[in-house]
Design a protein around this ligand. Structure first.
Ligand code: C2E
Ligand code: CA
Ligand code: CA
Length: 572
């Protein structure tokens, strides 16, 4: 049945109704007078969308100001059909712009009302935001994240004494993947019920995203109470699993955040609780962690460093430097070459220790571009210094990430060619780590370097993984005894005997030995008795910035006459 407005409401009355419903609705009612091209919408639309007033003439044209550009033709066509009378019900998914000009998906529905002569006169209906977050979650029966935010925000940052306990199912995607999404939902529903059963007066439970829940206690609850809550849920899970005949085995982790001593803004609560739950998962799952501000500071420091490293890599390696530490002949202390060592300085001037930034470069994969940059830089300096010392050798450290995930052999050979140095004057320092040398990548790199005449140095020997029987197999050019092993051998007769045996065996296999970490003349005297081939240590020189290295070690006649013992100077 077609509807006429003859006996119905007039425009003013309809506008009045729109205004009456406004305080009770999250959605937006509207009425559009098609003849007058006049539009009225619930007034709270002006807080959400890119519109200044809730009523305006020139409605079709005005709409184009807050409709997402791409969707304008779609809406124009729809309105044409409405106005011509061919479309009696308008139902369109398209995008409006929010206050910041960002597109928001809406569903606009409306009924066309005709006048006495049968012409379309009004469009009346409602607009919903489709992507809007739900206030409650019907799958679990709990309130949702939006409700949590309303609950917390009402305290305006001054939270009552209590706690947040953020719970997350461990490896939930495996449950969904293994037993199906329906089973996953069943588990979540069961968990929601279990949490609700444990709730005491003054506590509340919310479902966050996917497999996470938040228990809020604004009733004076302390850390121990939160832990008891977590344990009780865990206990229920154990019996649930048993009762279900071990059909699925799952665990949950928890992050506990006390409301005391934190800034009570909602965003902070979410960030800190997420971090704490993440810690529980990182520490092995099936456990709960209490927020630790020191851990959080370390985490922030890591995040910040990561961002700075990213920035540096993308800005011409700003802040990266290569330092050089001399390696001398153990017989006459003449300079044989140098190990290149990466350095990183923050824009603030803070120098970050390699022990801190190298693992971060490895984890983020940034060691690949940074290592490539270092190769080029180190080799070009090597070429320069060979004009003074023709057989000067430069060593470069390679990380396992470079070995496993990049075309590092190609890069090394390309950098050697670019700088026109002989491959024999390049040493690649690799750490043998038990699993690395059995991987095909490692083997390929190793044999590729050998074939091309590049020296291979087995680094960090004596730090745990070192496998004596690999030596004959891998045949490195020489072995570098790590300074931790040197330190032990200096203090302990047993370790010293061990080192003697290793050196003798290496020599019998035709492999050289470099002892790293010699700092004093006394240490040198002890170690010299073991007859190594090369020495690297602070006694002969610390890692130096390239110009300093050049001044101190290249432009002197140290290659011929030997480095004066104890020449280590300022460096970092
Ligand atoms: P590493 O390969 O064992 O490098 C030798 C480290 O021992 C250097 O520390 C060097 O400064 C230090 N050292 C040498 N002689 C002495 C000594 O007599 N006394 C003391 N106390 N220390 C000595 P650095 O430069 O801090 O580097 C630490 C680690 O960072 C390196 O250990 C290496 O594993 C890594 N690293 C540095 N640069 C690079 C790089 O370009 N690539 C990769 N993959 N790793 C690098
Ligand atoms: Ca090294
Ligand atoms: Ca070492």
């Amino acid at each position: 049945m077609e509807e006429f407005i003859k006996n119905g409401l007039n425009m003013a009355q309809m506008e009045y109704v729109v205004q009456l419903f406004n305080p009770s609705m999250d959605d937006y009612l509207y009425v559009y007078d098609l003849k007058e091209d006049y539009y009225r919408i619930s007034s709270h639309a002006t807080e959400r969308f890119f519109m200044e007033t809730d009523h305006f003439f020139d409605a079709e044209k005005e709409h184009m100001r807050f409709v997402y550009e791409e969707d304008v033709p779609l809406l124009a066509e729809e309105l044409r059909q409405v106005k011509s009378g061919t479309l009696l019900f308008h139902n369109l998914h398209y995008r409006w712009l929010d206050k910041q000009g960002k597109p928001i998906w809406i569903n606009c529905r409306g009924k066309v009302l005709k006048d006495e002569s049968g012409e379309p006169a009004f469009l009346i209906g409602c607009i919903n935001e489709i992507g809007k977050r739900q206030k409650a979650d019907n799958a679990t029966g709990l309130l949702g994240e939006t409700s949590l935010s309303i609950y917390v925000k009402q305290y305006e940052g001054k939270l009552p004494k209590g706690f947040f306990l953020r719970l997350g199912v461990d490896d939930f995607k495996d449950i969904n993947g293994g037993l199906g999404i329906e089973y996953g939902d069943f588990i979540l529903k069961w968990l929601a019920d279990c949490i609700s059963e444990n709730i005491e007066p003054g506590q509340k439970a919310y479902r966050l995203f996917s497999d996470e829940f938040m228990v809020v206690d604004f009733n004076g609850g302390n850390r121990d109470k939160a832990i008891r809550f977590y344990k009780s849920v865990r206990k229920s899970i154990d019996s649930f699993i048993e009762e279900n005949g071990y059909q699925s085995i799952f665990t949950i982790s928890g992050g506990i955040l006390s409301t005391e001593g934190i800034d009570g803004e909602y965003e902070s609560v979410m960030k800190l609780s997420e971090f704490t739950l993440g810690e529980a998962k990182a520490n092995g799952k099936n456990r709960c962690c209490v927020f630790d501000p020191q851990h959080y500071q370390l985490f922030l420091r890591r995040k910040d460093l990561e961002a700075q490293l990213h920035h540096a890599v993308n800005h011409d390696f700003e802040g990266f430097e290569v330092y050089f530490q001399p390696i001398v002949d153990a017989g006459d202390y003449s300079l044989k070459g140098a190990e290149s060592l990466m350095r990183f300085t923050l824009p603030s001037g803070e120098r970050v220790s390699p022990a801190e930034f190298i693992p971060l470069l490895e984890e983020t994969g940034l060691i690949i571009p940074a290592g490539k940059w270092l190769l080029r830089h180190a080799f070009s300096l090597c070429a320069k210094w060979q004009k003074y010392i023709p057989d000067f050798r430069v060593n470069v450290n390679l990380s396992y990430v470079q070995v496993m995930k990049s075309q590092v052999l190609k890069e090394i050979m390309a950098a050697i060619e670019e700088s026109s140095i002989a491959p024999e004057t390049v040493g690649i320092e690799l750490t043998e780590s038990g699993y690395l040398d059995s991987s095909p990548h490692f083997r390929k790199l190793w044999s590729g370097l050998k074939k091309n005449g590049v020296q291979i140095i087995l680094d960090d020997f004596g730090t745990g993984y070192s496998n004596l029987h690999c030596l004959g197999d891998l045949e490195p050019t020489y072995i570098k005894i790590d300074r931790s092993f040197t330190a032990k051998a200096l203090n302990n007769q047993y370790e010293r005997n061990l080192m003697v045996q290793i050196i003798e065996m290496s020599h019998s296999l035709g492999l050289g030995i470099c002892i790293e970490g010699i700092e004093t003349k006394e240490e040198l005297a002890i170690m010299e008795r073991l007859a190594p081939d090369y020495i690297q240590g602070y006694l002969f020189g610390k890692p130096n910035e390239e110009n300093d290295f050049e001044q101190k070690f290249i432009l002197t006649d140290s290659a011929a006459s030997g480095i004066p013992v104890g020449s280590a100077q300022n460096a970092f």
